[in-house]
Design a protein around this ligand. Sequence first.
Ligand SMILES: CC(C)(COP(=O)(O)OP(=O)(O)OC[C@H]1O[C@@H](n2cnc3c(N)ncnc32)[C@H](O)[C@@H]1OP(=O)(O)O)[C@@H](O)C(=O)NCCC(=O)NCCS
Length: 140
Amino acid sequence: MEPRFQTNRLTLRLFEPSDALLVQALAGSEEVARTTLSIPHPYRVLKSENQAELGYWVGRPFWGQGYATEAAQKIVKFGFEGLRLDHIFAAAMTKNPASYKVMQKIGMKPEDNLPKQILKSGMYEDLVHYGMVKSEIIND
Ligand SMILES: CC(C)(COP(=O)(O)OP(=O)(O)OC[C@H]1O[C@@H](n2cnc3c(N)ncnc32)[C@H](O)[C@@H]1OP(=O)(O)O)[C@@H](O)C(=O)NCCC(=O)NCCS
């Protein structure tokens, strides 16, 4: 059962699709994004919600051998063809070129720069978002 709570002044419930535009406007405020970990600024609402975020890590001894690229390429193909997603995106700290190089190599394009987006080890870090749609798949 979906959690739903009532306080004196508030109803706390899960989002519904009809909340999208209001949430975009309110959560999209720079003052909200400044101190939250996963709220992007600007806050975009895609026409279709059929999207997913790609993430990856590889054990240190195995870096630089193309494994992340090879795996990401396969997963993206599964996302579009198996899960029928419309859009796949990934985020990396701008100080992590190895990660956004992987995104570029699988055909993702830059979508957003998100300055000072996450607090990591006491420092605000800049993020870059990359993304792609199905027609941008690079086949191996
Ligand atoms: C990011 C990560 C997944 C990459 O894995 P990987 O298997 O080494 O990636 P690949 O070998 O497929 O590709 C890495 C590319 O980045 C390049 N690269 C690596 N370090 C780089 C640097 N400092 N500057 C520029 N390019 C760099 C490599 O040369 C390679 O490109 P090339 O094939 O054109 O030579 C791995 O470094 C990792 O697990 N890091 C820690 C966790 C992490 O940051 N995950 C991503 C979070 S968004």
